[in-house]
Design a protein around this ligand. Structure first.
Ligand code: 5GP
Ligand code: ZN
Length: 119
């Protein structure tokens, strides 16, 4: 199965999208699912993922630009629903910067002060 197939049989986030593994889902759209990070790093820490499997943000943007945009609008909707005007969006790309799950996910972090640059 290729990296950009709709579903990868051994992918954690494909399994959360399909319901095979439970996730605390907070928002769904046609192309995205948003669920709380299991190891939250802020009062709001939600992962927004495309329903289809792409290994990283650039692959998603190239393969499905509408879904790529929908990740951002979905994250904004979750931030607003949780009462945050200020929030941080992060795509880790590559193990060298901390990507551990190779199904595109946009981190939404909000609800506490944050420093820049990130560590
Ligand atoms: P990455 O490090 O790849 O950018 O982010 C992966 C994120 O997935 C981490 O923040 C980690 O806490 C989260 N995560 C890992 N396993 C699970 C899980 O089984 N369920 C949920 N909801 N989040 C997970
Ligand atoms: Zn996947």
């Amino acid at each position: 199965m290729s990296d950009t197939s709709a579903v990868e049989s051994d992918c954690l986030f494909c399994k959360i999208v399909s319901g095979e593994i439970p996730g605390e889902i907070v928002h769904v759209t046609e192309r995205t699912v948003a669920f709380r990070d299991i190891n939250g790093q802020a009062p709001t820490h939600v992962l927004v993922v495309p329903r289809a499997h792409y290994p990283n943000a650039a692959a998603l943007a190239a393969g499905d630009p509408e879904a790529s945009a929908e990740l951002v609008t979905a994250a904004a909707a979750v931030a607003a629903a949780e009462g945050h005007d200020d929030y941080r969006l992060v795509f880790n790309t590559g193990a060298g910067v901390g990507q551990t799950v190779f199904h595109t996910h946009l981190h939404l972090l909000a609800g506490r002060a944050m420093t820049w640059p990130p560590g």
